[in-house]
Design a protein around this ligand. Structure first.
Ligand code: SAH
Length: 227
């Protein structure tokens, strides 16, 4: 998979892709990340990427020309499955969407700033708009990093234990069950006996029951059918 990201703040994206699981995924060649500075596509004396909003009002708007030039340049190099704009009014990201995007080959992601991007970009260049929640961030970079993390960890070979992503919350519409590690007793608080029993089928049954219980308690809306 390859993901290209268009941003005015490339530095903001260095750390999320330069550490831990995402770093390893890149090193193993499982995902390629291209971070592109929109300013490189700006023309004119000041290399501006934003301008005042027509009609007045507070806040700058990202200009259509540098964005169009950037998107067209990247599209001339490869075919993208989707050109995504991170936006608070987009489709709300969830696990099902992350699963679907993890099957794509090339994605292009545009990070907005200020009041957002000129509407003509959204109408004519963007194929999908994605939100990471009902709140407003100051830029699309952190949202893009969240989206990419959720997608990349699903790619085969990225997580060490291949089955690990499947037992996470939201797969199967269930939250994850409680987990414990050593020591078995901490200040008198004991790990459930069943987890120390070595009886794998019973442990699996316990985990499933706990996942159902937790989902009913915390997020009843997730469960499609009563188990
Ligand atoms: N004026 C816009 C918000 C602009 S915020 C509005 O009210 O809808 C600046 C940029 O941050 C946006 O262009 C978008 O790329 C990003 N952004 C902000 N909140 C986001 C969210 N919840 N999900 C995804 N991207 C978001």
């Amino acid at each position: 998979m390859r993901i290209d990201i268009l941003t005015v703040l490339p530095k903001l994206l260095e750390s999320p892709f330069g550490d831990s699981i995402l770093k390893r995924a890149r090193e193993k060649g499982l995902v390629e990340i291209g971070i592109h500075n929109i300013r490189d596509y700006a023309t004119g004396k000041h290399k501006s990427v934003d301008d005042y909003a027509f009609g007045g009002g507070a806040g700058m708007v990202m200009m259509v020309e540098p964005l169009a030039a950037a998107i067209e340049d990247l599209k001339s190099k490869r075919k993208y499955d989707e050109v995504i704009y991170m936006s608070p009014d987009g489709e709300m990201l969830d696990q099902k969407m992350a699963n679907q995007y993890s099957l794509k080959k090339n994605l292009l992601i545009l990070c907005g700033h200020y009041k957002g991007v000129d509407e003509r970009i959204r109408q004519h260049f963007i194929t999908k708009e994605i939100s990471i929640g009902n709140y407003v961030l100051s830029g699309g970079e952190l949202a893009a990093a969240v989206f990419c993390d959720a997608v990349i960890r699903l790619l085969p070979g990225v997580l060490n234990d291949e089955t690990s992503a499947l037992s996470d919350s939201f797969q199967d519409d269930l939250l994850a069950p409680p987990v414990y590690t050593r020591p078995a007793v901490f200040r008198g608080m004991k790990v459930p006996d069943i987890l120390l029993s070595g009886n794998t089928p019973e442990v699996e049954q316990w985990r499933h029951d706990e996942a159902v219980k937790r989902t009913k308690e915390k997020r009843p809306g997730l469960m499609k059918k009563d188990e």
